[in-house]
Design a binder for this molecule. Sequence first.
Ligand code: UTP
Length: 410
Amino acid sequence: MNYQEAKAKLETLGQSHLLRWYDELGDMEQEALLSQIEALDPALLEVFKNYSSSGESVRGVIEPLGALTMEDIAENKEHFESAGLEAIRQGKVGAVLLAGGMGTRLGFDKPKGMFDIGVTHPLYIFECLIHNLMDVVDRAGTFVPLFIMTSEKNDEDTREFFEEQKYFGYNPEYVHFFVQDMAPAVDPSGQILLEEKGRIATSPNGNGGWFSSMVKAGYLGLLQREGIEWLNIFAVDNVLQRIADPCFIGATVLSGSESGAKVVAKADPQERVGVLCLEDGKPSIVEYYEMTDEMITRREPDGKLSYNYGVILNYLFRTDKLTEILNNSLPVHVVNKKVPYVDENGNLVKPTEPNAYKFETLVLDMIHLHESCLSYEVQRDYEFAPVKNPDGVDSVVTARELLKKNGVTI
Ligand code: UTP
């Protein structure tokens, strides 16, 4: 895109300020800015307009969805595990680590997986995850292909770290990196922000685009060639994450469901967690802030909360279904965050409070594109220790306690 074309596009979008410093930029910076402008998706600005006028999305008819409980799972453990291990040995299972997030709440300026959660010795978050995956590798006697999604902002650091740490003993031939897409940030009036005079403020566009980014990176061929039928998607920040868990895989495969989600029973009705339920008869996740009081407190005849099962960002998807829904669009979520920006005088401002809006699609919305999802209950203290904050809830402090409880020397 040349300058004139960029100017015309921005005029139509009401974003001409992005070229304010154009004449001051060097050739390379000018070119980079023009390609950022070319890549700007006008649809996101429309999303923001609708968001600022209505503020919320419209949901269908929501109903509770139970789960395969821990008791059900214990009764069938051997059966499920042997089916899962068989699928892994046949090379039918891959794992996808979502590590493209910015981890702003943690306030660590490197990729979150590089955070050292150890106390008496270094213990990196990535190391915990690989260690957990090695349990399965040892049992199955084969490595599980591991795809790692990074973003433009942390790709180099992440790759270098894995190299430096010799992949924590994992076989590098089974590790495949890919980079997710970015989206611009806007101020409350919908004006796109610049993070430098010649650079639009962008951030990773959420974890919902992971499969399309994988395909863009050319991995569909590999999935098909290797016969990888299932992908286990998981978050970087849960240090107790069980990855490619044979029991979960076996239970999902044998259930005939199109997808599977690990869930934990809510700690209390008000817990701020997305709940797996049915929406218009299909599986779906309702965020805690979308639930009415009636939904929050409703109970089943056995006394359990009707909307009881919170998701922990550990899902199983079928590759063929993912390919089928590849071009289906996901809802775009608008989130209020702190975004450094260059003001109209050319000064860099580092806000201390959320000042801008980012656009994200979320992997949890993919569940609703499936006809069925096995809701698979796991024990919170053994499988869920998210590191979102430095202290308080879901923090370094709580995760350390849970690691200790699980016998990990920290
Ligand atoms: P979070 O929703 O906790 O976001 O990500 P975050 O960016 O890591 O942290 P905050 O909100 O800025 O503090 C849940 C999972 O999704 C991944 C994260 O790396 C984490 O594993 N993620 C998130 C991506 O891979 N890409 C994204 O754009 C956002």
